[in-house]
Design a protein around this ligand. Structure first.
Ligand code: TSB
Ligand code: ZN
Length: 587
């Protein structure tokens, strides 16, 4: 997908189209007042104050129609440069524009307006020469948006659109949008019964259905095995802690807005935990350690709770109750490089297994100005940031740097991926931390007998099982490989009267090998059942008729193929076993 914001020509065109939309809105709703209308990665939007009016689908159509009229009329777009005084006069009836003008310094910026026919907007530009060029546009959606993003302010109507120079590009984009909607894990999650939500449980608190639970269990087994081989020690800890625990760690000061409010039980004050680091620090501290014990890698599939705005929660991707594939690695300063490298290698290994190719490494650094979010120790930060940079360069992986994205306790490497719908999200993360070990007074005895403080690497390979599952649903378009598929084999007897007994015995036999088998014994036509097996994206469908019963064999079809293959049962079992073990897509 092209990034419209970064493409100079498309940026200009979309910006002009936003003005055309504003002009149309002004024609239809003369009392409309406009805030800002920026170009974004996938088009543009404009925030509009329409009084009490809330935009509907029908309005979108009316606005589109009016825009077409304006575009057909073909007025030129003309730039004018004006003084601040003139600007204040010209926009005196537009409170939002006055707000913008008041914040402009005439000595630093040129104040300009753009006019097309009866409509003038305060704007820096640039724009295309004529509204005619905006003809290949589409208004996409609308939502409410707080003025200046502040929940205490008025809700404005935000209308989104997109514009291309030719019809073909617009159609291609609209087709891609449709395809993305089909891939959306919320849609597949519902049709394939992977998860659900219920208002009585609450926003951002998904319930994993049996199919989803199978996928999650497989993911847990998969990563557990990898971590075990790498020397991780797995633990279980409670998903609450006292407020004092989070005061000790610093979360209470630096992470409070992401936490659920505390609750009092007897004389103690508890919080639902947003992170597991404090618990793991205490497990480390439970024993004395020598430098010879390090690295110590404490892992947990740990449930956390975070406050996410109700408008931001999204399926399994952004939730308020999540399960991290978490681990904290306690290392000596000399071991940072090697251990960090092992984590990056594990990330790459896992991504290869899942065929994940579209991702970006982001080195997330602190914002030096933001003393509230980040603890104040420049030397410690510089040391940590340089160390990560050094290892990344050594590993020769491509990455970009992002200021202000670090955790409050240290810089991190994040892996960014693009969901089917909506902005990029972080999947895996590996974070360097010199702070928490100090706050918990952790130590080890060094080779010279001195007491030293370990360094901690926080890492989550899947990120959370929730977000990872959302992501692979979209990557795989709901077509799971055999090892992950909730139902692996669907048995269809051609005729229940003659073939059901054999099908039943087959089911039992296959289940004894721990395959996940469904027997479709409904009194429906073969063609209907076969189609349904495909709709449900089941990897293997067995078709059991007289031939199979007589010869004690099976016939199967693989998802995506119409070829029917006849084999001996033992051969089939061997193939399935092999495919599951090697995590192949199918047999
Ligand atoms: C890695 N203390 C570290 C841990 O040791 C930590 O909590 N890091 S985190 O804040 O970055 O969260 C880990 C991962 O959880 C993120 O990389 C992201 O993939 C996932 N995650 C974060 N917030 C959410 C959310 N609201 N819903 C689903 N997954 C989330
Ligand atoms: Zn952590």
């Amino acid at each position: 997908m092209i990034n419209i914001k970064e493409d100079e020509n498309l940026n200009k065109l979309n910006h002009s189209c936003a003005h055309v939309m504003a002009q149309a809105i002004k024609h239809l709703y003369p009392n409309a007042h406009f805030w800002v209308g920026p170009v974004i990665e996938e088009g543009f939007y404009y925030d509009v104050d329409l009084g009490d009016k809330v935009i509907t689908e029908n309005d979108l159509e009316l606005i589109s129609k009016e825009m077409k009229k304006i575009i057909k009329d073909g007025k030129r777009i003309v730039r004018n440069e004006i003084t601040k005084k003139d600007a204040l006069e010209q926009f005196k009836n537009d409170p939002y524009k006055i707000d913008l003008i008041n914040r402009m310094d005439e000595n630093e910026v040129t104040i300009s307006t753009y006019t097309q026919g009866d409509f003038t907007d305060l704007c820096r530009g640039p724009h295309v020469d004529n509204v005619k060029l905006c003809k290949n546009f589409k208004l996409l959606k609308f939502s409410g948006a707080y003025f200046k993003g502040d929940v205490n302010n008025k809700v404005l109507q935000r209308i989104y659109g997109v514009c291309f120079y030719n019809e073909e590009d617009l159609n291609d984009y609209l087709k891609e949008l449709e395809e993305r909607k089909e891939r959306d894990h919320r849609k597949i999650g519902a049709t394939q019964e992977i998860f659900m939500n219920h208002e009585l449980v609450g926003a951002g608190m998904p319930l994993w259905l049996p199919n989803g639970a199978i996928i999650r269990k497989e993911l847990e087994n998969y990563i557990y095995e990898k971590e075990q081989k790498l020397g991780y020690l797995h633990v279980y800890t409670p998903c609450v802690g006292t407020v004092n625990l989070y005061k000790t760690s610093g979360h209470w000061n630096h992470y409070k807005e992401n936490m659920f409010p505390s609750m009092k039980v007897d004389e103690e004050e508890f919080v639902l935990r947003p992170m597991n680091c404090p618990h793991h620090m205490l497990i480390y501290k439970n024993k004395l350690h020598s430098y010879r014990d390090l690295p110590i890698r404490i892992g947990e599939f740990a449930t956390d709770f975070r406050y996410e705005a109700s408008g931001a929660v999204k399926g399994l991707e952004r939730v308020r109750c999540m399960c991290q594939n978490d681990a904290h690695l306690f290392v000596t300063p000399e071991q940072i490089g090697d251990e960090f490298k092992r984590v990056v290698e594990l990330i790459l290994d896992v991504y290869k297994d899942f065929g994940i190719k579209n991702y970006k490494f982001r080195l997330s650094l602190r914002d030096k100005e933001n003393k509230e979010k980040y603890f104040d120790d420049d030397e410690m930060w510089d040391k940590a940031e340089n160390k990560l940079r050094e290892v990344l360069n050594e590993l020769n992986v491509e990455y970009f740097e992002a200021v202000g994205e670090a955790a409050f306790y240290g810089p991190k490497l994040d892996v960014e991926v693009k969901p089917a719908v909506g902005p990029d999200v972080t999947l895996s993360t590996c974070q360097l931390d010199f702070l928490l070990p100090k706050r918990f007074d952790l130590s080890y005895i060094d080779s010279d007998g001195s007491k030293q403080t370990p360094v901690v690497l926080h890492r989550a390979i899947f990120g959370t099982f929730d977000r990872f599952t959302a992501f692979i649903i979209e990557e795989l378009k709901g077509i799971f490989p055999l090892w992950l598929s909730p139902t692996q084999i669907n048995i269809i007897p051609v005729n229940n009267e003659y073939h059901l007994d054999y099908a039943l015995s087959l089911k039992e036999k296959l289940q004894s090998f721990k395959f996940r088998v469904n027997l479709d014994d409904r009194e429906e036509k073969l063609g209907y059942k076969l189609r349904e097996s495909v709709i449900k994206k089941i990897p293997i469908t067995l078709i059991i008729g007289q031939n199979e019963v007589d010869n004690n064999t099976i016939s199967y079809r693989l998802y995506g193929s119409s070829e029917t293959i006849n084999v001996e049962i033992d051969e089939f079992i061997e193939k399935v076993n092999q495919a599951i073990k090697s995590k192949k897509e199918n047999i």
